[in-house]
Design a protein around this ligand. Structure first.
Ligand code: NAD
Ligand code: IPM
Ligand code: MN
Length: 342
């Protein structure tokens, strides 16, 4: 049996993850789900950590992980998130965060100019270093003279391996996004690794943008992009932007990957959305498309294609949640996608 650890999390996490698991069940793929329901904000509040050592072991020993979202109002979300999500990314060395954006239906585009609506790109976000390393500290904390320091760490090893991944999935182009005009040391390292990577790929159209201009260009004409490779923070920000270009956060899937070990944590790009949690209004498509990425990651390419086709048909028929113009609940939207699978 292939064991998939399921971590629903908080807020809308369990609502959308449930629909993703039902889609995988429907396909009868011989997967065995190990549900880790204790990874949540209550556990963090009562024990001081959201992810106990034994839960982490269950995750580590699974083939891959389906993750919902974590986070709750009024708690220390930085400590909580660092102990669960960022812990998995770093401790399991999931150095790629693969975040595709695809516009399934032109009606979902926020852009006025329909010639520029076509969105079919992947943000390849470096997922194991950058500003997320948690190196730094506070000087004269809680005084009017406080200085807060968060170091951004970039290594030749880390940058070159994520560039390699970006080139490995490129269909026509790779665009490096950085801020090397203002951030001298990391900028220089990314540029050096980039020159080395570009040299080996004359078949791929290679370009570079500073992140501010990249944000502008993504809105002006997203159809110009195939793969965008960037650091941890810029990838976080730009992937919410590309999610909206493809209909909204509820549509966006992602895979935290170690391409060398084949292990992955698959999760929608969105968070726990406390503003709509418990109302049955969350869009399950991002979670369901994350399950498609999981299938791809464990060698079930046909199942991945079937899930995507079912999502496409359900959306074309307007069978979806209110955030993208439908009137279905989370469960009804999930059921509509499963019905298309049959
Ligand atoms: P969010 O993604 O939870 O929500 C942003 C907005 O998008 C909200 O208005 C929400 O209602 C909407 N939205 C998100 N997903 C949706 C869906 N599936 N269907 C319909 N609408 C959807 O981001 P936030 O509000 O900045 O953060 C809320 C909490 O989630 C915080 O604690 C944050 O730290 C956490 N978070 C967790 C993850 C994760 O676990 N991977 C990712 C992002 C944010
Ligand atoms: C994401 C989230 C996380 C991140 C937060 C919750 C730590 O925004 O997965 O995009 O910044 O990576
Ligand atoms: Mn994010």
């Amino acid at each position: 049996m292939t064991v998939i650890a399921v971590v629903p999390g908080d807020g809308i996490g369990p609502e959308v993850t449930d629909e993703a698991v039902k889609v995988l069940d429907e396909l009868q793929l011989g997967l065995d789900f190990d549900h880790l329901d204790a990874v949540n904000a209550t556990t963090f509040q009562t024990t001081g950590t959201g992810l106990s050592p034994s839960d982490f072991e269950r995750i580590r020993s699974a083939r891959s992980v389906l993750f919902g979202a974590i986070g709750a109002p009024g708690i220390n979300n930085s400590e909580y998130g660092r102990g669960v999500l960022i812990k998995m990314r770093f401790a399991l060395d999931l150095y790629v965060n693969h975040r595709p954006a695809f516009l399934w239906d032109a009606r979902l585009s926020p852009l006025r100019d329909d010639r520029r609506r076509n969105v079919d790109c992947v943000i390849v976000r470096e997922n194991s270093e950058g500003l997320y390393v948690g190196v730094g500290g506070r000087v004269r904390a809680d005084t009017p003279d406080e200085i807060a320091i968060d170091e951004e760490i970039n290594t030749y090893h880390g940058v070159s391996r994520v560039l390699d991944y970006a080139f490995s999935i490129a269909r026509r182009s790779v665009c490096l996004v950085d801020k090397s005009n203002a951030v001298p040391n990391g900028g220089r390292l990314w540029q050096r690794c980039w020159r080395d990577a570009v040299e080996g790929r004359p078949d791929i159209d290679c370009s570079h943008l500073y992140v501010d201009a990249a944000a502008m260009k993504l809105i002006a004409d997203p159809s110009a992009f195939d793969v965008i490779v960037t650091n941890n923070s810029y990838g976080d920000i730009l992937s919410d932007l590309t999610a909206q270009l493809a209909g909204g956060l509820g549509m966006a899937a992602s895979a935290n990957l170690n391409p060398k070990t084949g292990f992955g944590v698959y999760e929608p790009v969105h968070g726990s959305a406390p503003d709509i949690a418990g109302q049955g209004r969350a869009n399950p498509v991002g979670a369901i498309l994350s399950a498609a990425l999981l299938c791809e990651g464990i060698g079930l390419g046909k199942a991945a294609a079937a899930i995507r086709a079912a999502v496409s048909s359900a959306l074309a028929a307007g069978r979806c949640t209110p955030d993208i113009g439908g009137s279905l609940s989370t469960r009804e939207a999930g059921a509509a996608i499963r019905a298309e699978l049959r």
